[in-house]
Each structure stands twice: as C-alpha cells, then as structure tokens.
Design a protein around this ligand. Structure first.
Ligand code: PBG
Ligand code: ZN
Length: 324
C-alpha cells in the first residue's frame, strides 16, 4: 500500500488542532439584527411565518436592541409598518414616524449601537410597490426625490446608516446627495446592491405588510438567473457613494457574494432573508433539523463566501451560542 506524504487527517485529530487551522470564525460582531416596528406601546406580537421574530412597538424594540447589544451584536436594522398608507408612501419621511421614533429612542438608550434604517416605500404605499407608480409602473426618478426625503428624515433622527432597498436606478447617488445637501456627510449608506426578485421574501412581506397588491418586483429587482449583472450593480453603487454593498438573499447566492468579494474592496453584507430563516425554523420545529447546527453552518458559509457581516434573524440565537 502506497501511503501519501501528506495526510490531511493529521490536523483533524483533536479539537485544538481543528481550532488552530480554522479559516473562518463567527463573532456576534458579524451580525445585524432586523427589527420590525409597529405603532403602539407594549406590543410584542410573534410573526406567524417567522417563529421567534416579532412585530414590536418602539418601547419593546428598544428592549430588544438592548438585549442584542448585551450579546455583543453591534447593530440593528429597522423596518416599520406605518399606521396609514397612501399612494406615494409619505409616512416614510414623517419626522415623527415609527422608524424615526425608534432611531431616537435606541440612540438615546444605547448611544454606541449602530442604527441602520431601511429606506423603501413598499411598507408605506397602498399598492405595495417600492416607490411612486406612474401608469402602473414604478417611476424611478420621482421615487428618488422621495428617497432623499426619507434619508434626511432618518439622518435628522440620528441614524448611523441609511439602507436604500428599492433597487431604483441611481438610488445610492440620490441618497448621498440628499444627505450631503444638509451636511450629513457622516451618515453612511448600506446599499441593497444585488437584490434579487426572490421567493425567499414572502415571510418578510407578512412581517412588514409590504406585498405588492398587483404584479411583482421583477421590474426593479434582479433576475435570479444573472450573476455578472450583480457586479455591474455593485460597481454602480460604489461609484455613487455606497459605503457597504449588500447581496440578498444569501444562501442561494453564495456564488454572487464570492465573486463580489474577489472584485471589490468595500465591506460586503449578506442578507440572510426571512424565507431562509423560516425554512430552518420549520425544519427544526418539526424535529427534522438541528436548529443550532444548521444555523451556524449557514452563517459560516456566508462569511466563508466573503461577506463581512450578515443581516440575520438568527442574530440573537447565534450570539448566545457564541457566548456573547
Ligand atoms: C423591501 C424589503 C424586502 C426585504 C427587505 N426590504 C422585501 C421585498 O423586497 O419584497 C426582504 C427581507 C427578508 O425577506 O428578510 N424593499
Ligand atoms: Zn421596497
């Protein structure tokens, strides 16, 4: 029998040897926790398609943010269901809106926590599309003006990072220009650069009440069949002033994360979306999967593929396992 000179198993013999050669590690600092805000006080209502995740009033969201921060998670991203919707989504730039209130409340209670706010209109429009419609089609440039209003309103409330998510052409440049026009040059932009028209968002649409009433988002979100186009989107967003670029969803798009990581030098975020969370939860609740192990393997894969941070509903569970 001819033995090989190199035997990979030598370095897998013990826990400590395995630890020494581990290439990728997870830390609570890698996570951004998404929070779904609703009006009222004392509200903590479980989202049916996302067991373990909640619609929270501002006071309860502050408590949730404190818990996350206590576990070592540096950041939250905020979404909200407004009390009233209209055709343009004007509640999105109401200075007293739910997101704006939550930004103020979280920054007051936990000044060092990085508060990110999603900037889109689908939760705020009565038709559920990500901006203004003209003749039934998303009107790109009219929506950009409103996006600037949203970004400024978040900035006034004290947000650290604005995350435009509508996949409008020029949305990063418009956000940057809007922020800089009132000297908010220190407010960052996390761009939903490569956001695919995915079936993995359905649970989120329950959580944020933002499913389009008619049609779908394929006229603005990317075709899951396209890989090179993601790089084009990322390149545009960087040129327009993005500070962090995002790939979304994560698990079915690890190839996209990997190729972007090899091409660009900006921090990369992966959005481990609602449907990815729901699948793991559902399997675990049925006794078909080990929740902790599957969750950690998924998060590790996103990081190994090249993402620097993960927006994930698992953030608290994973941080607890990591001893945060
Ligand atoms: C809205 C938005 C969506 C998500 C984040 N922001 C849904 C969509 O585009 O329909 C999805 C997040 C998730 O599924 O966890 N622009
Ligand atoms: Zn949207």
């Amino acid at each position: 029998m001819q033995y090989p000179d190199y035997r990979p198993r030598r370095l897998r013999r013990s826990e400590n040897l395995r630890r020494m050669i581990q290439e990728t590690t997870l830390s609570p600092a890698d996570f951004v926790y998404p929070v779904f805000l609703v009006a009222g006080t004392g509200v903590k209502k479980e989202i049916s398609s996302m067991p373990g995740q909640y619609n929270l009033s501002v006071d309860m969201a502050v408590e949730m943010a404190e818990e996350a921060y206590g576990l070592g998670i540096p950041s939250v991203i905020l979404f909200a269901i407004p009390e009233a919707k209209d055709s343009v989504g004007a509640q999105a730039w109401n200075d007293k809106g739910i997101v704006q209130q939550a930004i103020r409340a979280i920054k007051r209670k936990i000044p060092n926590m990085v508060v990110i706010a999603d900037a889109c209109f689908c939760e705020y429009t009565d038709h559920g599309h990500c901006g203004v419609l003209t003749k039934g089609v998303l009107d790109n440039d009219a929506s950009l003006e409103n996006l600037q209003r949203v970004a400024l309103s978040y900035a006034k409330a004290g947000v650290d990072i604005v995350a435009p998510s509508g996949m409008l052409d020029g949305f990063v440049g418009a956000t940057r220009e809007g922020l800089d026009s009132e000297a908010y040059d220190q407010v960052g932009i996390m761009a939903y650069s490569a956001k695919y028209a995915s079936a993995y968002y359905d649970s989120f649409r329950d959580a944020a009440d933002c499913a389009p009433l008619s049609g779908d988002r394929r006229g603005y979100q990317m075709d899951p069949a396209n890989g090179r186009e993601a790089l084009r989107e990322v390149t545009l967003d960087i040129a327009e002033g993005a500070d962090i670029v995002m790939v979304k969803p994560a698990l079915a798009y690890l190839d996209i994360i990997h190729s972007i990581a090899s091409e660009v030098d900006l921090p990369i975020a992966a959005y481990n979306v609602s449907g990815e969370y729901a699948m793991v939860k559902a399997a675990a609740l049925n006794g078909w999967a080990d929740y902790d192990r599957v969750m950690m393997e998924n998060l590790l894969a996103m990081k190994r593929a090249g993402s620097d941070m993960m927006l994930t509903y698992h953030a608290l569970d994973a941080a607890k396992l990591l001893g945060g």
